[in-house]
Design a protein around this ligand. Sequence first.
Ligand code: IVH
Length: 669
Amino acid sequence: MSKAPRDEAARHAALIREIAEHDRRYYVENAPIVTDREYDRLFAELKALEEARPSLRTASSPTQRVGGTPQAGFARVKHVTRMGSLDNTYSRDDLLAFLSRVETALGGFPRFVVEPKLDGASLELVYREGALVLAATRGDGVEGEDVTNNARTIRSLPLGIPCRGEVVVRGEVLIDRAALEAVNAEREVAGEAPFANPRNAAAGSLRLLDPSITAGRPLRVFLYELVLAPDAFASHLECLRFIASQGLPSHRLERMCASADEVLAAVESFGAARAGLPFDIDGAVIKVDDLGARKRLGSTSRFPRWAVAFKFEAERATTRLLDIVVQVGRTGALTPVAVLEPVALAGTNVSRASLHNEDEIREKDIRVGDLVVIEKAGEIIPQVVAVAEAEGVRRGEPFEMPATCPACGGRAARGEGEARWRCTNRLACPGQRKAALLHFTTRGAMDIDHLGPSLADELVDEGLVRDPADLYALSVEQVEPLPRMAAKSAQNLVDAIAESRTRPLDRLIFGLGIPLVGEVAAAKLSERFGTLSGLAAADPATEREALSEVRGIGPKIAQSVAEALADEHVMAVVRKFLDLGLDPKARPAAPVSGPLAGLSFCVTGTLSRPRAQVHEEIRAAGGEVHDGVRKGTTHLVAGDKVGKAKLDKARAQGVKILGEAGLEALLRG
Ligand code: IVH
């Protein structure tokens, strides 16, 4: 690579400085001094320069924010000092007790800094020689995960700072409420589950394996603790000033307090400012300012003695309950939802809230027409917690769950000892069909893009899709006439469905939505059946017994799987998949080693010890175990009283038959 002439190198450095300064003004100060056009021009010049002179391109260049290819996982990194957390206080008295403990320990009331407690994911950053070299999550406090490639995509975070030498800072990654709403709206269109709250969104985005997806999430970061810097500082305030002087984003909401009353007032002011902030805060953090005093106070085994968090109460609002509607889930669960007169709560407008179940509504005597108290404790969907005022209003009748399903008119029933009502119309209920279809397309299942709730509604309502298998028979011509669809979007959907044909068996099993079968159980089932045709051929009665012994399945799940295998509707869907050419296979098992690797056993008859123990030994030696003689079985271990049928089948297939002693010999290698 040719070396760049000096003037080009100088121009390159100047452009980086200039762009970083504009980024800071835009993302940190919220006060840009150039137009977007001017900014784009500088950026384009930088890119062109680097294309002409690749040797100039360094990791600190703003052209390199979204670098790196998707990773398989995150490396673990040790924090320079333990990344602790804070003790919480919930009342004025607790807080005053903390202040007086500190006062006594120090022999006088120190100055405190009060800051907002940002409700996001904590992050540690390391800069060396001015360049961002590491971003790590907290993890267990001792070791975190290296999420540098993702953190680099956060536009308010400078990739370079003026200070040379090592700088370690900690802070919080957040997402604004409004930005989260936009992200969730997009996820919904893409058929993905929305994030429940900003904290999950921030933490989840930081831990994505593909930085280009993180780059699309509008994350922000605020740094609030300096852990290491070349200069020594005497106070937290000086540290915060240093952080700001480096162009690093900080919340800048700190308040200095010299008395207990001032601390209380500052905490209260953050409580009052909460709804007006664009992001969530869940409390205030009260910190001793003097770093020498912090050292003297030290920490307990879990928390520093020099700081405490004051947690705000969940935000509440009062509004009118206009209606109670009932929603149908994919397993037919009927959930009551409150329809409210819209009210502002914790920075968003709320018009729906969750009501849990019938019993709770009765117990709290919540009725349509009541003024109700709703509460939001960091979650997106608030809860109705109580009736504020029932008198003087026209109250509705006590709530009763409908006797029929609101989606299909099928009979609704409440199982023995269950809090929940369900629609009994299993697979013919359009409400369940829609929910089941959406579940089938989610990430952990078949991961089909371009299929959100409104399209799922239309596909079911138009009779194009009755169950998930029907997706694989859809044509562009059928989809295109639906509302809001066009040739391109119809093609995208059909392509996404076709692409999902390559998913392994466990994803399809999970997508079937068998009650109690989550991703782990689905993986176990996939290992057991090998292919979808293997599952289709399984005998429900045999499986109920056999599966209940599989680690990670157990009797309850085994029962549910056996019921599904015996359910003609479920099996009709499975056969439809097969007819449409979908017969996914289990993922190749992790390569195993041991003397029995590559061998497949069936153990039968009465043995000298429990059969499960023999199974374990075979598996530990790398062998596979199945309950019957099947395709691929290499050995039949036969104890006493073995059925003739089994022996004949084994002989016919050329399976080796051995006794317990023969197995021992194989195990010894
Ligand atoms: S200082 C020894 N300041 O709250 C811990 N933390 O449990 C020093 N947090 O893990 C942390 N806002 O992720 C500090 N202004 C703030 C904060 C803050 C939010 C988080 C942080 C920490 C957790 C405390």
